[in-house]
Design a protein around this ligand. Sequence first.
Ligand code: MRU
Length: 342
Amino acid sequence: MQTLQTTSLRVVENQLFILDQQALPQEKSWLDASSVEALVGHIHALRVRGAPLIGLSASLLLALLAERGKSRDELAVALETLRASRPTAVNLMNNLDRMKQALWQDDFVPALVTEALRLIEEDKQLCDAIAKAGSALVKPGSRLLTHCNTGGLATAGVGTALGVIAHAHQQGLVSNVWVDETRPLLQGGRLTAWELGELGVPYQLIVDSMAASLMAKGEVDAVWVGADRIAANGDVANKIGTYSLAVLAKFHGIPFYVAAPRTTLDPDCPNGDAIPIEQRAAHEVTGVAGSFGAVQWAPDNARVYNPAFDVTPAALIEGWVLDTGVVTPEAVRNGFFRSSAA
Ligand code: MRU
């Protein structure tokens, strides 16, 4: 395969590398992800993360394994192992469904390589289209609030919600971005803050529980988040904490927007109750770990509940910003997502 580079994926001499998102922003280190075991380990540990990026990394690895001479049967096993690596973000399943179709072509090696590269290129275009469609909703002087990380780190392109914010900033529309730190794994504090800094977008980092009082003071004009899965009725699974922001936004009369590419749609999933929610390890809540070391503040035997995502009901969402444009609540009620194919 040709040499390839995105913000967090790299292919060099038929090896796949990922930018270690657990080490950022203190360290910028690239880790080998050239075997199924290695990549699944990185996905579990969120060293490679973000709904679109997980699917793209798995697709690239399959293509590289095919070029290395793995048989169709071996690749089919690898594909299912990768599919099971994280349950909530449907981009992984949607990307791998496309790779599976390529796997069953007669000439499956070039078919897999072509499909993986196509998925990468498409994701860039999807991000650009989302950024353009979304920034049309941003009013001059906006103070926007965002959660988790939805930027170039999480995609092959400019990002989803963060792509909208960056594009709106380029147009001079953004006066400040409130960045939720996003406990427990701090994707906001570590990754979004870093990305906005690199882009020169003005931001202030806040702890997650500050959003309510900022909204009450009239300091937030709109909330922009990404999505890990959008069900047929418009319910959205996204990083834990998203639902509480949506409730707060509704209470304060602030528009709440979800930005996502078509690869995040799951028309076969009737509603949010049917979205599988990943449960994660206790140590993510009892303390924190990073390139700075590890600390634990909770008692050793503390019982922990740690779902990685929550579901925001469609009724709280003002607009779903896709690569195809803005989907309104009315269109969603009329079945827009039931008929959309990823
Ligand atoms: O657990 P993560 O970090 O992989 O979570 C996924 C996310 O980054 C968000 O939920 C995001 O809004 C969707 S990805 C653009």
